[in-house]
Structures are given as C-alpha cells and as structure tokens.
Design a protein around this ligand. Structure first.
Ligand code: Z5A
Length: 212
C-alpha cells in the first residue's frame, strides 16, 4: 500500500528542477518528514548504469525505440527497488523526472507515438502514479541559457536542437492541460526564491486536496 507521497519535478533542461527539488527537500526535512530524493533515468545502482548507456554511449547510433525502452528499463528497476519501498514506509519521494519526461522527450521530441509509450508505462509503473507533478516552465531560450552557463559536456539529449526542446516543452504543457489536478505548471521565471514560493503554493494545494 502507498502511504508516502510521490512528487515529481519536470521541465526542460536548465529550468531549475534540481535547485527547487533541493529547496523542497530542505523544507520537508525541517518539517520532520522522511524525504528520499532521486532522479530518472537512474536512482539505483543498476538504473544509473542504464542512465550512463542511454545518455552517454555514442559508440553507435541509438534507435529511438531503443532509447525509449532503456528509459523504461531504468524506470522499472527504480520504481520497484527504490520508489515503492520508500513510499511503503511512509517517505516522501521527490523525483527529478518520471514518465511525463518520456512522453515529452521520446514522444514530443523524437516523435515516438503515445500508443508505443503507454503500454510500457503501464508495465513499468503497475498502477503507481505521482501524487503531484511540478512542471517548471520558462521559454526554451531562457532555460537553455541557464543550463549552458554550466561547463559540463552535453549528453546525447542535451546536444539536441532548440526546435527539439520546443517540441518537448509543448508536449509537457499539453500533458499538464490533460491532467490539471496532478500536473501543476509553475512559472519558473524570476529568481530562485520567487520560484520556490510558487512551488510551496502548489504543495499547499496538495495538502488542501487531502493528499498532502
Ligand atoms: N530523459 C528522457 O529523454 N526521457 C525520460 O524518460 C527521462 C529523461 C526520465 C536527464 O538529464 C536527461 O534525460 C534529460 C531528459 C532525458 N535530458 N535533457 N535535456 P539530467 O538529469 O542530466 O538533467 P536535466 O534533468 O535536464 O536537468 P538539469 O540540466 O540539471 O537542469 P535543472 O535541474 O532543471 O536545472 P538546475 O540544475 O536546477 O539549474 C540550472 C542552472 O540554472 C543552475 O546553474 C542554477 O543555479 C540556475 N538556476 C536555477 N534556478 C534559477 C532561477 N530561478 N534563476 C536563475 N538561475 C537559476
């Protein structure tokens, strides 16, 4: 039985997910919650090995279907071995990306059909879904300029074009419109404290819904 809370952060690269996730972790920990912070692809030793393959292996071309299935292989391991046990003992799981990212990147970005994604999502998640998804949103150019101010070498997906990220952002916003109770769009422009206040306001609505 799920007794903790499962909160995911989504958005295009550089939008500020990791920054806000760390702030929410601090706030929830200070409030006495057990908090588990994790990410996708990855989150467990095996899933992190899949992450290294899917994001960094350039030894040969990676077909879109292979990229899709590697994302779900990592997600299945992560869901079964880390997320479900943490929720079962009452922890709040804060996850940097989950299945919405697959619909946005492999679906919107690569053009894989939703009909190919949905059955894999059902297999990997076995009924588990986030209680709340915070979709951080700014225009693509602003997010990429935040991300590219850092010095790390771009991975296979970060190296994509601005047009790719426009499609990813559009798909994220479409998904939010389809599931407004779960997916809250957070205006991620402005300084870090201003965005944090918007995240806290979205969290308060989770509590008001009786899910917090
Ligand atoms: N992927 C996929 O294709 N399919 C899937 O199913 C899944 C993932 C699950 C994982 O990337 C890649 O996997 C991702 C999608 C793909 N590829 N892309 N692109 P990752 O985990 O390596 O990185 P990321 O998720 O893209 O996040 P990121 O680049 O680390 O960005 P972020 O976490 O959103 O931003 P940040 O690190 O918090 O902030 C970026 C910089 O901006 C940093 O210097 C901050 O100090 C600064 N910042 C943050 N907030 C602000 C504000 N408000 N103002 C100004 N500056 C700010």
């Amino acid at each position: 039985m799920t007794v903790g809370r499962f909160i995911t952060f989504e958005g295009i690269e550089g939008v500020g997910k990791s920054t806000q996730l760390a702030r929410l972790q601090a706030a929830l920990t200070a409030a006495g919650r057990e908090v588990v912070v994790t990410r996708e692809p990855g989150g467990t030793p095996l899933a992190e090995r899949i992450r290294a393959l899917v994001l960094h292996d350039r030894s040969e071309p990676m077909p879109d279907a292979a990229e899709l299935m590697l994302m779900f292989a990592a997600r299945t391991v992560h869901t079964e071995n880390l997320i479900r046990p943490a929720l079962a003992r009452g922890a709040w799981v804060l996850c940097d990306r989950y299945t919405d990212a697959t619909y946005a990147y492999q679906g919107g970005g690569r053009g894989v059909a939703d009909q190919a994604i949905a059955p894999l999502a059902r297999l990997a998640q076995r009924g588990l879904a986030p209680d709340l998804t915070l979709l951080l949103d700014v225009p693509v150019a602003a997010a990429l300029s935040r991300a590219r101010a850092r010095t790390a070498e771009a991975d296979r997906i970060e190296a994509e074009t601005q047009a790719f990220f426009e499609r990813v952002r559009t798909r994220y916003l479409e998904r939010a419109a389809l599931e407004p109770a779960r997916v809250r769009v957070i205006d991620a422009s402005g300084d870090i404290a201003a965005v944090e206040a918007r995240v806290q306001a979205a969290l308060a609505t989770l509590a008001a819904d009786g899910r917090g």
